[in-house]
Design a protein around this ligand. Structure first.
Ligand code: CA
Length: 232
């Protein structure tokens, strides 16, 4: 298997060593950074495939690290943080993080998140042979370029939001259960993580932002899941 290069940004040496040991044991290439500045510098000079990022860093905050990296890179960023409030998650996701893991985390959980990222990287590199453009009301998705638009204006979606949108769009009219969505976007080890799905769905809807008079593309089926509806 073609292993990816991972950048680990964590100031707490025992945690950094733990993550390094896990990655080494699973044959991942990795490098580390013990501060925010070092993380940004390593990201710029080594161009890793994935970044594991602690939010509480001694110099600049992890959210600021994400913001800086997002000015020039779309590399997947998985936040690993002791902060478990929804607002912290949303701040990190708003800044452009792709996924969020709360400390303490299990080894299996960390590896699963990395695998999901790998699958997604592979998916983004090989578009399949379906219709290359999806149109629904003002919403247009160009699967080949990996861009989505509302009213010809490009939406700035994180990779996870983009996958969510594509999954819903490819199943327009069908109610997709929480479990189905989680399995297909995050991987089977997250099939019960409905709160994460809610957070991402709220972000996606905000970005689709159809306004008070505009169409609602995504319908909620309470306790069941979501459905993309065909709008006029
Ligand atoms: Ca820390």
């Amino acid at each position: 298997m073609n292993k990816i290069q991972i950048l680990v940004a964590e100031d707490d040496a025992p945690v950094r060593n733990l993550i390094s040991t896990i990655l080494k044991a699973h044959d991942y290439h990795f490098m580390t950074a013990a501060s925010g500045e070092e993380a940004v510098m390593n990201a710029a000079s080594h161009n890793p495939d994935v970044m594991l990022l602690d939010l509480g860093l001694p110099d600049i905050d992890g959210v600021e690290v994400i913001r800086r990296i997002r000015t020039w890179s779309n590399m997947p960023i998985i936040v690993i943080s002791a902060r478990s409030e929804d607002s912290d998650k949303i701040d990190a996701l708003d800044a452009g993080a792709d996924d969020y893991l709360t400390k303490p985390f299990s080894v299996d959980e960390l590896l699963a998140r990395i695998r999901v990222t790998q699958r997604r990287l592979a998916l983004m590199q090989s578009p399949n042979g379906e219709d290359s453009v999806y149109q629904n009301g003002q919403l247009r998705i160009d699967f080949v370029s990996g861009c989505a638009y509302i009213d010809e204006e490009e939406l700035h979606l994180t990779p996870i939001e983009y996958r969510l949108l594509c999954l819903l769009a490819r199943n327009t009219g069908r109610v997709l259960t929480h479990k189905y969505i989680l399995q297909n976007v995050w991987g089977s080890s997250f099939e019960n993580d409905v709160n994460t799905l809610r957070v991402f769905m709220a972000m996606l809807r905000k970005k689709l932002g159809s306004g008070p008079n505009g169409p609602q593309y995504i319908q909620t089926h309470i306790g069941i899941g979501y459905r993309m509806i065909k709008v006029q």
